[in-house]
Design a protein around this ligand. Structure first.
Ligand code: MG
Length: 368
């Protein structure tokens, strides 16, 4: 059974105060996000119902399934009717583009319900007390019978067309379906499937998309005579230093791997191979700045770094502040977002015997 998604992109964003459907939200418009979910949820064709502004957005999207673009009407009902006229297939999945956090799983659940029972409407039971407030009295409504309607609302195409042919008007499709076909099947919606209506919704959406991503890093270098010891970009007076192709700054290496891991960009071995002569003796601070540049290029920012150096000798406490300062400087972030700690292994392991120094790090990155 084929399914056509009817994506409503003709709203005017009156309550938002700016064009919520066509303004990129962390790099992608609400229209694109909704389109992706409808397709991932099982729609094999789309009808975009647009106004002038959203038509431009839609025309610029590389939609991977067959699609048509039709003009919306004065009201939501008019817009849906226009979309239904252009739809083909057995099932129509009607969706408000402003609900751009809809999951493919919810789309699929509505679609499956429509295939099995003729309808599948996303809705959430009301948990708050709801009062009908009059001038002189209030009336509590029985919330066990109350549901908040969302979209997607999926129906057998012939049924929902018939419901819309009556000429009645409503703010959702289930209402019209109920009036002429019968009580629809409901599918449990999701609080995440929030309609971007007000500035607070937009702020919530930005926050949700800005959740940090974490990466971890680990490195070890051997302690040998005849090398300088550099940790966190700070030269440290000691009778030995770390052996390596670069300056062997084990702390910066662990931090870089943590950042690259969070970005899914591989590791420093891949980026700066030790077979490359350009990196012989290079300061790891130069490499750290290169990594910071890659993060920036992806329109991301390092949110925080926390690291532990595992080292028996020398004592690192006097250098910690300077390490944090230099790391922060190279990453272009506040020193408050960088934490460097040190520990010994109480004489145990190779670190404890003074054969090597190791470092562990965790870093988080987020959308700018
Ligand atoms: Mg290394």
């Amino acid at each position: 059974m084929s399914a056509t998604g009817i994506l409503l992109c003709a709203g005017t964003s009156v309550r938002m105060g700016f064009d919520k459907l066509n303004t990129p939200l962390c790099g992608k418009t609400a229209i694109e996000r909704s389109m992706d979910a409808l397709i991932a949820g099982g729609c094999d064709a789309l009808v975009f119902v647009v106004n002038e502004a959203s038509e431009q957005t839609v025309r610029a999207i590389a939609c991977p399934v067959p699609f048509t673009v039709v003009p919306g009407g004065e009201t939501r009902t008019d817009s849906v009717r226009s979309g239904l006229c252009a739809a083909n297939g057995d099932v129509a999945v009607i969706h408000d583009a402003a609900r751009c956090f809809v999951s493919p799983a919810l789309v699929k659940a509505c679609l499956d319900s429509a295939r099995a029972y003729g309808s599948g409407v996303a809705a959430i039971p009301v948990t708050d007390t709801v009062l009908r407030v009059g001038a002189d009295a209030v009336e509590p409504l029985d919330r066990s019978t109350l549901f908040r309607m969302q979209t997607p609302q999926a129906f057998r195409l012939s049924d929902i067309r018939r419901a819309y042919e009556t000429g009645a008007s409503a703010t959702d499709d289930a209402t019209l379906y109920a009036q002429s076909i019968g009580v629809p099947r409901f599918v449990l919606g999701s609080e995440d499937n929030r309609k971007l209506t007000t500035g607070a919704d937009w702020a919530w959406a930005v926050e949700r998309l800005s959740q940090p991503v974490y990466g971890i890093g680990f490195d070890t270098h051997r302690l040998v005579e005849g090398r300088s010891l550099i940790l966190g970009g700070v030269p440290i007076p000691f009778e030995k230093g770390l052996l390596g192709h670069s300056d062997a700054d084990v702390l910066l290496h662990a931090i870089m791997d943590a950042i690259l891991g969070a970005m899914k960009l591989g590791d420093i071995g891949k980026l700066f191979p030790d077979t490359d002569e350009r990196y012989r003796g290079v300061s790891s601070r130069v490499l750290l700045r290169t990594v910071a540049g890659l993060v920036q290029k992806e329109d991301m920012a390092v949110a925080h770094v926390d690291a532990t150096v595992i080292c028996e000798r020398p004592k690192l406490a006097p250098y910690r502040d300077e390490m944090e300062r230099r790391i922060a400087e190279d990453l272009g972030i506040s020193p408050n977002a960088v934490s460097v700690k040190a520990t010994t292994t109480e004489g145990r392991n190779d670190e404890g015997k003074g054969l090597c120094i190791s470092a562990q790090a965790i870093a988080s990155v987020r959308k700018k």
